[in-house]
Design a protein around this ligand. Structure first.
Ligand code: ASP
Ligand code: MG
Length: 421
């Protein structure tokens, strides 16, 4: 008998009809001979509505109380789903994060899972029940307070439970039917991947693909949990994210997909003394401001005053505070000026086959050059190449690169409306 963990996103349980449909699907999986543990998100936009409500009574909602409030969303969906399953003749029991034994640190709003002791879940599954767990929540191992794992954290709950229960697979259900070679809203000829290795998935997620939350993918990689991403509203098998190469006849594609990210900005520190320690000074100011930086480029100084420029990218939302922090330290660090640019776009190609294939970067740069698209920054990892372009050229660049790497589907454009949640 297989054990599967199924996670249903907010759009899958958005109303009573959808909850009944999900209940049916779960019962079918049980009848097919599986033990089924389910993780649910809050219904539709409930979490956003609760946040709005909190902000209407408080200008800075208290972290502990915010977490208590937000976990209510998942409790609504878990209990309704259990009722629907029971109504349809099945056996089900719902559990809060605490009851499911999910302990975390005490960082309200972005807690990290510390330990899982899902004894009650195991018992429930052994009793033939569908065990339904509220996503994205746990309790602090320090003081027992309710915590949440951060927006989108139900994916992490599902993968963590799958790891702890040694499930055969973790299925992530939403309103999109899998992982595509590019965002189909940008590239109409994108096609769905039957499978992708987890390292490539991790690179895609960190390069801007929004289907799975990066923390969930990291967790799955660390604990070797295979994930299947599929749609609640179709029978399609979706995309398998595998954690190990099964058999050696599996040919890794050179490029699995093209990810885009239009949420980054660029900061350039101009006229920095070209001396050991100066880059360290700049980036300690950046890191003290709490920003996550992505790409870094330093120009070599050529003139006799020995000054260089350093550019780096970071999320738009962090740009203002980092510029302010650097300006405050301008005299100490000794650079001449600072500029910023919000109109950049980042494109990344990802694929496990890049490791062994040469000429990938030449092909990427060549395709962009032919289209007259200027590359402003470049960074690489073993299985990824990212470039920064002008924001208004990002979509065109993505389509050109998708074609250059022969990822275009033979025919019909796919109409994509889902949120992936
Ligand atoms: N309901 C939470 C959110 O909207 C958690 C989740 O959906 O995974 O962020
Ligand atoms: Mg949600």
């Amino acid at each position: 008998m297989a054990l599967i963990v199924q996670k249903f996103g907010g759009s899958s349980v958005a109303d009573a009809e959808k909850i009944k449909h999900v209940a049916e699907r779960i019962i079918r999986a049980q009848i097919d001979g599986n033990q089924v543990c389910v993780v649910v998100s809050a219904m539709g936009d409930t979490t956003d509505e609760l946040i709005d409500l909190a902000e209407s009574v408080s200008s800075k909602p208290h972290g502990r109380e915010m977490d208590v409030l937000l976990t209510a969303g998942e409790r609504i969906s878990m209990s309704l789903l259990a009722m629907a399953i029971i109504e349809q003749g099945g056996k089900a029991k719902s559990f809060t994060g605490y009851q499911a034994g999910i302990s975390t640190d005490s960082a309200h709003g972005s807690a990290r899972i510390w330990k899982l002791e899902p004894e009650r879940i195991r018992k429930s599954l052994e009793a033939g029940e569908v065990a339904i767990v509220a996503g994205f929540q746990g309790f602090s191992f320090e003081n027992g307070d309710t915590t949440t794992l951060g927006r989108g954290g139900s994916d992490t709950t599902a993968v963590a439970l799958a790891a702890s229960l040694k499930a055969d697979v973790c299925e992530i259900y939403s309103d999109v039917d899998g992982i595509y070679t590019a965002d189909p809203r940008i590239v109409p000829r994108a096609h769905k991947l039957a499978q992708i290795d987890i390292d490539s998935m991790l690179e895609l997620s960190s390069s801007g693909a929004k289907i799975l939350y990066i923390r969930a993918v990291e967790f799955a990689r660390r604990h070797q949990v295979p994930i299947r991403v599929r749609s609640t509203f179709s029978a399609d098998a979706g995309t398998l994210i595998y954690t190990a190469i099964e058999g050696d006849n599996m040919e890794e594609p050179i490029v699995s997909g093209v990810a885009t990210d239009d949420t980054q900005a660029k900061i350039t520190v101009i006229g920095l003394p070209d001396r050991p320690g100066k880059a360290a000074e700049v980036f300690s100011v950046v890191s003290e401001s709490g920003a996550n930086i992505d790409m870094i480029v330093q120009n070599v100084s050529t003139d006799e005053n020995h000054l260089s420029d350093i550019s780096f990218t970071l999320p738009h939302s962090d740009r203002h505070k980092v510029v302010e922090a650097l300006k405050a330290k301008q005299a100490d660090v000794g650079f001449q000026s600072i500029s910023h640019d919000d109109e950049i776009g980042k494109l990344s190609i990802v694929g496990a086959g890049m490791k062994t294939s040469s000429g990938v970067s030449a092909k990427l740069f060549g395709a962009l050059a032919k289209a007259g698209i200027n590359i402003e920054m470049i960074s690489t990892s073993e299985i990824r190449i990212s470039v920064v372009t002008r924001a208004d050229q990002l979509k065109e660049a993505t389509r050109i690169v998708h074609t250059a790497f022969e990822l275009d589907a033979a025919d019909t454009a796919i109409v994509y409306t889902g949120t992936g949640r």
